[in-house]
Write a protein that binds this ligand. Structure first.
Ligand code: XMP
Length: 330
């Protein structure tokens, strides 16, 4: 039978054999796949592995620090961890840019530039590791639907800007649920292992129109409140009924519309942004329905966002299915 502990043990053995005393470089995004790849490689070869984590300033609230606490010098893994705080670089590149594909392109290209600079500092490595999983292999081969509709910057060819001899992809034969099991086996925290999907371009495509630091703050704080309240509601339901609610979304997040409208706060007229809440039920992310989050939960989220997040005076819930809507807003 297929056992995860045997996968982990045999893969560690394979990695050691393949890598020998060579050096390995991994771009760590903080997502499930690259995190599990980092955990496996660390267990196999320790400090022969260097992970470069680029904080592009478009991560969810506290996410950069969470990644650092797991993989950084005070974390539980033996590896070299380099965090690049590239927020300002990204914000200045994105200033004034409103077209969605242009934004994706800039974010993807800037990642390559930052990563290339770090790779130059490290010098030649023997292997470039990637967290490619089986569905990625299939999707890029067949030109997956999302890859066509929107450019996915993390699905593509081999980077030619890093000086390496060979690619190493320890998760290439695994499905997502197997990757998660391996992650738990390696001791990666549950909140990271069961993280919901998060696009490579991050909050950059959840801020409709121009991106700036203040809009990032708004969407981070609104999203944090939303996820917190949905998680609490799911946990309460589970406690009472012993199972997840039928409306349990597979992906849920806040986005910032590019729309400002008039409101009233105390005696003051306001002219502030509208936040959009998205939650979907989906099996494969190719089609999706808007999730029936209980109205009371949405009302709590609305009032917390309006009261706690400066710059927001209106909250919308997105009812759109996919198709015709996509899950993300850009
Ligand atoms: P859409 O918006 O195309 O999203 O309905 C479908 C799923 O893909 C995720 N998504 C991305 N994931 N890089 C990624 O790694 C991307 O550029 C990207 N764009 C969308 C989205 O979060 C959803 O789960």
């Amino acid at each position: 039978t297929w056992r995860m502990d045997s996968f982990v043990e045999s893969t560690i053995k394979d990695i050691r054999e393949k890598v020998g005393d060579g050096k390995v470089l991994l771009a760590l995004s903080g997502g499930v796949d690259s995190s599990v790849a980092a955990g496996l490689l660390s267990r196999a070869i320790g400090k022969q592995l260097t992970c470069v984590f680029v904080d592009h300033g478009l991560l969810r609230k506290n996410e950069g620090d969470e990644v650092e606490s797991v993989f950084g010098p005070n974390g539980q893994f033996d590896l070299n961890f380099i965090r690049v705080n590239a927020q300002e670089r990204y914000y200045s590149k994105l200033a004034g840019v409103t077209e969605p594909e242009q934004k994706r392109k800039i974010i993807g290209e800037e990642f390559i530039r930052v990563f290339e600079e770090e790779a130059k500092k490290i010098g030649a490595v023997d292997f470039l590791a990637q967290g490619t999983i089986y569905p990625d292999v299939v999707e890029s081969g067949l030109g997956g639907e999302s890859a066509v509709i929107k450019s996915h910057h993390n699905v593509g060819g081999l980077p030619d800007f890093v000086d390496f001899k060979e690619i190493i992809e320890p998760l290439r034969n695994l499905f997502k649920d197997e990757v998660r099991k391996a992650g738990l086996e390696l001791g990666i925290p549950e909140n990271l292992v069961f993280r919901q999907p998060f696009p490579g371009p991050g909050l950059g495509i959840r801020i409709i129109g121009e991106v700036n630091a203040d809009k990032v703050r708004i969407v981070q704080d609104a999203d944090y409140i939303y996820r917190d309240e949905v998680d609490k509601a799911v946990a309460a339901y589970k406690k009472e009924h012993g199972k997840n609610p039928s409306w349990m979304p597979n992906q849920y997040f806040a986005a910032l519309t590019n729309m400002r409208s008039v409101g009233v706060m105390g005696d003051e007229r306001t002219y502030d942004y509208a936040v959009a809440l998205r939650a979907v039920n989906t099996v494969d992310f190719m089609t999706a329905e808007s999730a029936e989050i209980p109205f009371a939960v949405l009302q709590t989220v609305m009032s917390r966002i309006i009261n706690e997040v400066r710059g927001v005076n209106r909250v919308f819930y997105d009812l759109t299915s996919k198709p015709p809507g996509t899950i993300e807003f850009e």
